[in-house]
Design a protein around this ligand. Structure first.
Ligand SMILES: [Zn+2]
Length: 203
C-alpha cells in the first residue's frame, strides 16, 4: 500500500480509521488528511472525546445502557419511567431508536447482542442472569422483546421464553420490521407500529 510512504504519525491514523466499520481505505485516508490540514483544535477535540471514552464511560450495572463509571444510567435513575414492564433489546443503539420513536416509556434491559453459536456468542456472554434477577427484584409482569428480525434474535427470543418465569407475559414487537431488518435503521413510524402490534409469545 502507498500508505507505507507516509510518516508513521499519519499512516497509524489511517490504519486506525480503516479499522472502523464502514470506513474503507480511501475514506480513512481522506479523514486522516483532513485532520492534518485542519486547525489543531479539531484534532484536540477528537483526542479529548476519545480519551473520555476510557475514563468516563461505563455500562449501567442494572440495564447495560451507557452510564458514568459506578453510576446508574439516566434511564434507570429516572423516576418518571413506568415500572413493572421491561423492554429487552439486543444493543444500546436499539434503546436510542425506540426512545427517538417515543413508543415506550418503561425501563430497558440491553442484552449486549443475541445468542449466536456460529459467531461464538453464548448465553453466558449476554446479560441474562441480571435480567432474571431484575424480573424478580422489580416484580416485572411483562417483557417486550424489541429484537431485530434476524434468526439469532428469534433463537434468543425462544431461549428467553424458557428462561423467564411463566408468570411473566412475553411480547415481541412484530409487524413492519422486514426480515433481516435492524431496529437501528427502522424509521420511527414503522417502529411505533411494531410496538402497537406486538404479539404475545406462547409461554
Ligand atoms: Zn440503566
Amino acid at each position: 500500500m502507498s500508505d507505507s510512504l507516509l510518516p508513521g504519525a499519519i499512516s497509524d491514523l489511517v490504519a486506525a480509521f480503516s479499522a472502523l466499520p464502514g470506513i474503507g481505505a480511501k475514506t480513512a485516508r481522506r479523514l486522516a488528511f483532513h485532520l492534518v490540514d485542519a486547525p489543531p483544535e479539531k484534532s484536540r477535540q477528537l483526542h479529548r472525546a476519545l480519551s473520555r471514552l476510557d475514563t468516563e464511560l461505563a455500562h449501567c450495572p442494572t440495564c447495560g445502557f451507557f452510564s458514568r463509571p459506578g453510576e446508574a444510567c439516566v434511564l434507570c435513575a429516572s423516576n418518571r419511567r413506568r415500572t413493572g414492564q421491561l423492554c429487552v433489546v439486543g444493543r444500546i443503539q436499539d434503546v436510542l431508536a425506540i426512545e427517538e420513536a417515543g413508543v415506550f416509556h418503561g425501563r430497558y434491559h440491553v442484552l449486549g447482542g443475541y445468542i449466536s453459536p456460529l459467531n461464538q456468542v453464548f448465553p453466558e456472554d449476554l446479560r441474562l442472569v441480571s435480567l432474571q434477577e431484575r424480573v424478580e427484584a422489580e416484580r416485572i409482569t411483562e417483557v417486550i422483546l424489541a429484537f431485530d428480525a434476524v434468526s439469532d434474535a428469534d433463537y434468543t427470543a425462544h431461549y428467553l421464553l424458557e428462561l423467564l418465569p411463566r408468570t411473566v407475559r412475553v411480547h415481541r414487537i412484530a409487524a413492519g420490521i422486514p426480515f433481516g431488518g435492524e431496529l437501528e435503521y427502522t424509521d420511527g413510524i414503522t417502529l411505533s407500529h411494531a410496538f402497537t402490534l406486538k404479539r404475545e409469545l406462547p409461554h
